[in-house]
Write a protein that binds this ligand. Structure first.
Ligand code: DC
Length: 228
């Protein structure tokens, strides 16, 4: 087994708030480096979808932890992007609905839920060199990662990106409501007691406001080559 990647030698850790461009950037950086890609937000989404599907009470931390531990989760990279399967059911689109997005904070602040998902994330990172993105990758999941990046952008820019993503999937968007929702999610991510979103001391800050996807990818690939 290659234990180096767990030590951080072969991990690129990318954190940041909603809409900073983490997923699209990280996937491309992984391809450029020949690394695996791990979308940890998709894991919190999958756990939330499962709880909603099974009618687990969202105010019952133990039941939500049990549900997360019982989840059979498969993440597969395909030419069309990440495919997510929970307990044998393809939930690739279902985990991105506003209903799931609104409920995630009920799970993502529960220590038992986080512990389980972090365990799975470390197992994934142990197996192969990995670009992992999320909110606590550089601070909690892979604190020894040699390459850490904190991606940020203005609220207006992040909301605009999310609006275009949702519209492309045929979901109607109210931009003001979306900005409010992102502001609220930022606040919840940054102020929760367990693993709050913050820039690790040794993470490079990249503000992507006004940068194209290609520019951000080029910058991060260069950073990764320098640091790994
Ligand atoms: O990146 P995303 O929007 O798909 O993430 C969904 C939610 O999951 C986000 O609002 C916060 C939570 N999350 C987390 O708490 N820790 C992570 N490492 C990744 C996501």
């Amino acid at each position: 087994m290659n234990t180096n990647s767990h030590d951080g030698d072969q991990i690129v850790a990318i954190d940041g708030p909603a809409g900073a461009g983490k997923s699209s950037v990280s996937r491309r950086v992984a391809t450029a480096l020949g690394f695996a890609f791990l979308d940890t937000g998709a894991m919190y989404r999958a756990a939330t979808w499962r709880a909603l599907r099974n009618g687990v009470a969202l105010d019952a931390p133990e039941a939500l932890t049990d549900s997360t531990r019982a989840m059979c989760l498969e993440l597969t990279e395909t030419d069309d992007g990440l495919r997510v399967v929970v307990d044998g059911e393809d939930v690739t689109d279902a985990i991105r609905t506003p209903e799931v997005t609104r409920a995630i904070y009920r799970l993502d602040q529960i220590p038992g839920v986080r512990r389980r998902l972090v365990e799975l994330q470390r197992e994934f990172g142990c197996r192969r060199p990995t670009v992992a993105e999320g909110r606590d990758i550089g601070t909690v999941v892979f604190p020894n990662a040699r390459c850490k990046v904190y991606l940020d952008a203005s609220l207006a820019c992040r909301a605009g990106r999310r609006a275009r993503e949702l519209e492309a999937r045929g979901i109607p968007v109210d931009l003001d409501a979306l900005m409010e929702e992102i502001r609220d999610r930022d606040e919840k991510s940054m102020t929760r007691a367990d693993s709050p979103l913050r820039r690790a001391d040794d993470a490079a800050l990249v503000d992507t406001t006004g940068m194209s996807l290609e520019e951000v990818v080029t910058r991060l690939v260069a950073l990764a080559r320098e640091r790994l």
